[in-house]
Design a protein around this ligand. Structure first.
Ligand code: FE2
Length: 279
């Protein structure tokens, strides 16, 4: 699927952008399905970012319980001081996660196709295991910033194998909060590890290497339908969306089944619900 030049670029830079990977119809199908999921979502049921007591526990339990389900999460700035939505629910959701690819037929079709399986193989995932899917809205005006991080922080394997598949479902631009990456930064160390122990989660510092200066970051503007693939160690961030247009994207995170998946990763599967590949 990928030619030699693309593979070489991925090795060198830690990422590649493949324009036109998904058709307009495929993109439209998942966008419509996401809108339906949000429409059917009742914010009264436990998701509340605005609970007055025990907020951290409630939020964590809702988050941790989403590893093998489909749940909606609000933008941090979605609510006013009285806990009311500032704008319509459809414009207030930050993301849907984290098992859309296994539990929703529309997202499963989008997430599993021979071309994607071929790309994953070309990038070194001989025995891909897709652990997570996220539909990210990056809402107009309130879409939050995501600071520098490495996705391997959340998917530790030995050796490190996690690879991110990021689909632009709308044109991602500098204005609406596209990805920014440090080209070649995937050759640096893993800085942090997100560790789960039962109901507890914490971020562990592994390496003191500082995050790159924003001045070295390169924006990955990508037209709707593009696929961006990047290495789990590649430092990246996305700026807040202060523009009037949203920036929907869909992401998949996959590891290689030949590597050892850490029992401390927050997403775990049992034998009855194994992580599968792209086929
Ligand atoms: Fe990320």
């Amino acid at each position: 699927m990928l030619n030699e030049a693309q593979c070489a670029r991925y090795q060198r830079d830690g990422y590649i952008v493949i324009p036109g990977f998904k058709s307009a119809a495929q993109v439209a199908a998942v966008r419509a399905r996401a809108a339906q999921i949000v429409d059917q979502f009742d914010p009264g049921q436990g998701s509340s970012i605005f609970t007055t007591q025990d907020q951290a526990t409630t939020t964590d339990a809702y988050f941790l319980g989403s590893d093998n389900t489909i749940r909606c999460f609000f933008e941090e700035e979605a609510f006013d001081a009285e806990g009311r939505l500032r704008q319509d629910k459809s414009l207030s959701i930050n993301k849907i996660g984290h098992a859309l690819h296994d539990l929703d037929p529309v997202f499963e079709r989008f997430s599993r196709d021979p071309q994607l399986a071929a790309v994953a193989r070309d990038l070194g995932l001989t025995d891909a295991r897709v652990w997570q899917s996220m539909y990210i809205f990056k809402q107009p005006g309130i879409g939050g910033e995501v600071r520098w991080h490495q996705d391997a922080t959340f998917f530790e394997t030995t050796p490190i194998s996690v690879t991110t598949f990021w689909f632009a479902l709308e044109d991602a631009t500098i204005e609406n909060g596209c990805l920014w990456v440090e080209p070649g930064g995937h050759r640096g160390p893993l800085r942090e590890r997100f560790v789960r122990s039962g109901a507890d989660i914490k971020m562990e510092k592994l390496d003191a290497t500082p995050w790159p200066d924003d001045s070295v970051a390169v924006p990955l503007e990508a037209a709707a339908g593009s696929l961006v693939c990047f290495h789990g160690l590649l430092p990246h961030y996305s700026a807040p969306n202060r523009s009037p247009v949203s920036r929907h994207a869909y992401t998949l995170h996959a590891t290689d089944g030949r590597s050892a998946y850490s029992p401390h990763n927050w997403i775990q599967r049992d034998a009855g619900f194994p992580a599968r590949g792209f086929d």
